[in-house]
Design a protein around this ligand. Structure first.
Ligand SMILES: [Zn+2]
Length: 49
């Protein structure tokens, strides 16, 4: 499982349909809405631990 950095939910990377790559890393999301939020401001989310 990986974390959806936008809402904090756990996402199964094997079944996740909502994903994007940023700076060479793949990020997974629970929904298209979270994916959109990430893509509109990736540094805000990817910078978090
Ligand atoms: Zn989410």
């Amino acid at each position: 499982m990986v974390k959806d950095l936008v809402c904090g939910m756990d996402v199964d990377e094997k079944t996740a349909k909502n994903k994007t790559s940023y700076k060479g890393k793949i990020y997974y999301f629970c929904s298209p809405a979270c994916k959109k939020s990430f893509e509109s401001n990736p540094e805000k989310y990817a910078g978090k631990k």
